[in-house]
Design a protein around this ligand. Structure first.
Ligand code: SAM
Length: 322
């Protein structure tokens, strides 16, 4: 069978199984089996599909038709133009999360302009935290965009941190990312140790939920980004099966309502951001009414919300006052 016929049959099979974006899914699976790119596929429609490749393609189509996400079958997803390894241990990076990177980079630049300083295009000396790093897509992207920055990437899932570390290595930024297994920011280096951040280290899960860092001098982060779990458990039945049955619960659910983690996250951020430091958060589709009031305190200023391409309030950014 030639590749064009194989692709046509694959598309028909996935359409019949009601797979979303069935054409793209079939194409990605075939390209994965062939180890080729799309340009090759369309330049060589008559190429013969070797029997072992045909068998592998059939097996992948069957798994996709049964609900496994395409990214779990190919093991990868693009984010910010970079390829990330994904496994069932991490959330598959979503395009809307790229808005978080855009907002963070814009706000960092604006902060320098307001302070009449030249923008730190290389991020020299910036200390950044990515809370709930998952695949590491945010930490790695920021490390690539800001080659002078140091990043703390936290997650409660040790399995996710292993994937994030491999992605950091793949993109050549592992030396500047410290992976921490902890709740939110609990395992950040203690006050006084921050000038001597060691080579990438791991700290075992910490259960202390208090934020010990309070005085302006002791706060040292310039930027905190987070795409926390924000789906409500009560919404689970409405999720696509690809998400509900295959993505990690830890990455999806923030609690019964969904927004439960934000209050603790914002309180911890206030305790770690230096004056003028930035917090940039991804929001669930209906999180804004619950999250916005958490910034009505003197600790925060310049609060702004950015919509995603679907018009949903998706990113909230705020600046720590003194
Ligand atoms: C929605 S995923 C985001 C992953 C990645 N940052 C992204 O944008 O694709 C949320 C991540 O937060 C982690 N997580 C859940 N609860 C956490 C907590 N209390 N502290 C730290 N990380 C947590 C999950 O394991 C998961 O990797």
């Amino acid at each position: 069978m030639d590749v064009r016929t194989a692709l046509k049959q694959g598309i028909a099979q996935l359409r019949e199984a009601h797979v979303p974006s069935y054409t793209l899914a079939a194409e990605l699976l075939l390209l994965h089996v062939l180890g080729r790119d799309r340009a090759w596929l369309y330049a060589h429609p008559e190429a013969e599909l070797a029997p072992p490749d045909a068998q592998r393609f059939a097996a992948l189509l069957a798994r996709r038709a049964a609900g496994e996400p395409t990214q779990h079958l190919t093991g990868k997803q693009e984010f910010w133009g970079l390829e990330f390894e994904v496994t069932p241990d991490v959330l598959i990076p979503r395009p809307e999360t790229e808005h978080l990177v855009e907002v963070a980079l814009d706000r960092l630049a604006v902060r320098e302009i307001r302070a009449s300083r030249p923008p730190k295009t290389q991020g020299a000396g910036l200390l950044i935290a990515d809370v709930g790093t998952g695949s590491g897509c945010l930490a790695v992207t920021l490390a690539k965009e800001l080659p002078g920055a140091t990043i703390f990437a936290t997650d409660v899932s040790a399995a996710a941190l292993a994937v994030a570390r491999r992605n950091a290595t793949r993109h050549g930024v592992a030396a500047r990312i410290h992976f921490l297994a902890c709740h939110l920011l609990d395992a950040l280096p203690p006050v006084g140790a921050r000038h001597a951040v060691p080579a990438p280290f791991d700290i075992s899960p910490v259960t202390n939920h208090q934020s010990p860092v309070t005085s302006p001098e002791s706060r040292f982060l310039d930027l905190i980004v987070s795409n926390p779990p924000y789906i409500g458990r009560r919404e689970a039945p409405t999720l696509p099966r690809e998400v509900r049955e295959h993505e990690p619960e830890l990455a999806l659910y923030g609690g019964e309502e969904g927004y439960e983690l934000y209050a603790d996250l914002i309180a911890q951020a206030a305790a770690h951001l230096k004056p003028g430091g930035l917090l940039v958060l991804e929001l669930g589709h209906d999180s804004l009414p619950a999250v916005r009031p958490l910034f009505d305190f003197p600790a925060w200023t310049n609060v702004a919300v950015t919509n995603d391409l679907a018009g949903i309030p998706r990113v909230l950014a705020a600046e720590r006052t003194s």
